[in-house]
Design a protein around this ligand. Structure first.
Ligand SMILES: N[C@@H](CCC[C@H](N)C(=O)O)C(=O)O
Length: 257
């Protein structure tokens, strides 16, 4: 077992190349909760199992024709034992762990490696300066939503990045909010729950500050923002200018483009 984090989204990492060490009947929801328990277990926002796609029963269904191109599959579990389709922070740690375990050669990662996830294939790569990048894919809006949290109501856009997000622009200083509660959301719009991001625009189109209440985890710091290109208005530009932007959350920073 390993532990690691991507922008402080931390995980218990289980290398299991042929799927024999942690099959589903062993890595069940109860064991995931115990592993992620920050007092009685190793502690983490979730579990990342490193396994070849051919040993994942549902990989063919979620990858379709991409199955043959995704040697590795990120089997992601949230701290509460639920599975998540995709994790922008986790998939960069996933690649780092594959390299660290000698299962992939870092030099071959610089062009990008296609990794299977329950949100479909994602290309993730290593940079020459020791960092990692991920192509999060398109942000797919699927409606307007709101959440009741920290004694306030925040309106936002429902966005899928493979996993569901509610991205809420707000003038309330996000660093000052008490996010210990559970966000109230529309169960029809978000039948499987949702990751809630509260966003302050620091510099339109260039820099946002955000706080996340993550599905299956609870309050925590950053997440790969949804949409990956932070919105500068109530809904992200459908075909707005592409460029670089950054987001910060207490203690970390990340670049998006
Ligand atoms: N923080 C992650 C999201 C991880 C999964 C999430 N908890 C979910 O259930 O969708 C990210 O960076 O995307």
């Amino acid at each position: 077992m390993l532990v690691g984090h991507g922008t402080e989204n931390d995980f218990v990492v289980l290398p299991d190349p042929d799927g024999s060490l942690w099959p589903d009947d062993r890595l069940d929801a109860a064991l995931v909760r115990r592993l992620c328990d920050r007092r009685a277990g190793l502690g983490g926002d979730g579990v990342l199992r490193l396994v070849r796609s051919v040993h994942v029963p549902d990989a063919a269904a979620v990858l379709g024709g991409h199955l043959g191109s995704c040697e590795w599959f990120m089997d992601h579990r949230n701290a509460d034992g639920t599975t998540a389709e995709m994790c922008g922070n986790g998939i960069r740690l996933f690649l780092h762990a594959l390299v660290g375990e000698g299962l992939l050669d870092r030099a071959t990662c610089e062009a990008g490696v296609l990794v299977g996830t329950r949100g479909g294939p994602r290309r993730v790569g290593a940079t020459a300066d020791g960092n990692y990048w991920v192509d999060m894919g398109p942000a797919r809006e699927f409606g307007a939503g709101e959440t009741r949290l920290a004694g306030r109501t925040f309106g936002g856009i429902a966005v899928s990045m493979g996993n569901p997000h509610l991205a809420c622009l707000t003038d309330a200083a996000v660093d000052t909010l008490d996010l210990t509660g559970t966000p109230e959301v529309d169960a029809v719009l978000f039948p499987d729950g949702v990751n809630v991001e509260l966003v302050n625009v620091v510099e339109p189109g260039a820099h946002v500050r955000l706080r996340v209440v993550e599905r299956g985890v609870g309050r925590r710091g950053p997440a790969a923002p949804a949409p990956a290109r932070p919105p500068t208005r109530r809904s992200p530009p459908r075909d707005g200018p592409r460029g670089r932007s950054s987001w910060t959350s207490p203690g970390v920073a990340c670049r998006c483009r």
